[in-house]
Design a protein. Structure first.
Lengths: 249, 249
């Protein structure tokens, strides 16, 4: 099983006593964009609710399959590792990890063991209580700026979900970035252009035999960095040809 | 100048033709949590606006100092490197980077040169147009799941801002995680506990001379992993002493 599948099937996000149903919807959307699926709610104030559906905008399947519990203990009964998120640093006796390291640890554990892992998100205003943190093996911390650590529930969850996906992709191998539609030309074509350019430079007395070498090097640095495509080289050489034609007279 | 300061002073986020003022507020909040400050708006539909202020929730200083432009060219006139964000993969002839690599590249560049860098965020529904992308040196892509790539403006910006901060912290050195309030005890104390435990184990005939060695190793693995504090060891030994006292009779 690859890491992406493991995350989808065995990683649970648990929202505790959420006050605003819109946040549940935003959470579902954030989860779905990052390939997560298993949403659990402990005693949400309002659910289901129109605001949740509106904010989910396309992730309503996660709302439909969300599991509602009365207590946290019920929500994590079958989980082997439980992490609690906290927007600010807290001095509690639970070892802390930043979101990136936590995500890597989660993905690694899911690969090593056929286990369930849960990540808890506390109530909007107050976060996780000390009792809830007492259920956690690790505390997850997002390194916001100390001067303004005010991340809301949906934002924190977005970052954690994103880091989980990045960790899974790191393990599975990141998908290739989209290729340039107009790929860089082969070296030979580029050399043809440089010769053409040199010829024209002399013809127009932009450079003489002596200068030519260092100038050529500068041109090369510039155009090599630009990695021109065939069509772009065609354009450049078209320009040079036009100069030649004009100066032939 | 450290990377955090460089980001704050020379990295600009530019929001183009934003439709919903709430998104401008959420953007300001996301920026501020990650230590960014320089917000530019190109022809926002409504600004200033009560929704922007409401969603900024504490980051209204960024709204107050936001610079409004009529055109994109005006907004990036003094910028040396321009990146454009795109929720989905696009086959356009601008080299792509994922958000993490883009953030690292930005932080590196800000350290190398006294330059301004801009990151562009397109209109909510349509994203950046091809003409706007034509102003970009790099395209920034967030690797959402292909099945559901629906990140909204505030979410994308949150992730990009977070990656920028992480890249800066990587360069400056990550701040230390909060220390355990009740730090692990010194080895010597732990050894005292293990001896105590061994004595009591024999006394209660939990282990005999023969078994004792492998059992001792298991106890060690368990408690070493738990990294008990002084007070926790005190508690454990209090328990052992109570056992001793009871078995003395």
């Amino acid at each position: 099983m690859n890491a992406e599948t493991a995350l989808r099937d065995r990683l649970r996000l648990v929202l505790l006593h959420t006050t605003h149903p819109g946040n549940i919807g935003a959470a579902a959307r954030a989860m779905k964009t990052m390939g997560l699926r298993d949403l659990h709610l402990v005693a949400p104030r309002h659910f289901p609710h129109a605001d949740a559906t509106a904010l989910a905008s396309g992730a309503d399947d996660l709302l439909a399959s969300a599991v509602v519990h009365e207590t946290l203990d019920e929500a994590i009964a079958d989980c082997h590792w439980v992490l609690g998120t906290s927007a600010r640093l807290r001095s509690i006796p639970v070892p802390g990890l930043d979101a990136r390291d936590a995500a890597r640890a989660v993905v690694e554990r899911l690969q090593q063991h056929e286990q369930q892992i849960a990540i808890l998100f506390g109530q909007e205003r107050s976060g996780l209580t000390n009792e809830q943190l007492g259920r956690c093996h690790r505390l997850v911390h997002i390194p916001t700026t100390p001067a303004f650590g005010s991340l809301n529930l949906a934002q924190s969850l977005q970052i954690v979900a994103y880091e989980l996906r990045m960790a899974a992709l790191e393990m599975d191998g990141l998908p290739p970035l989209p290729a340039r539609e107009d790929p860089p030309a082969a070296r030979e074509k580029l050399e043809g252009f440089y010769q053409h350019l040199q010829g024209v430079s002399r013809r127009i007395e932009f450079s003489d035999e002596k200068q030519s070498r260092s100038l050529q090097a500068r041109w090369r640095r510039l155009f090599d960095r630009a990695e021109p495509s065939d069509t772009e080289l065609h354009m450049l050489r078209g320009f040079l040809s036009a100069v030649e034609k004009k100066t032939r007279d």
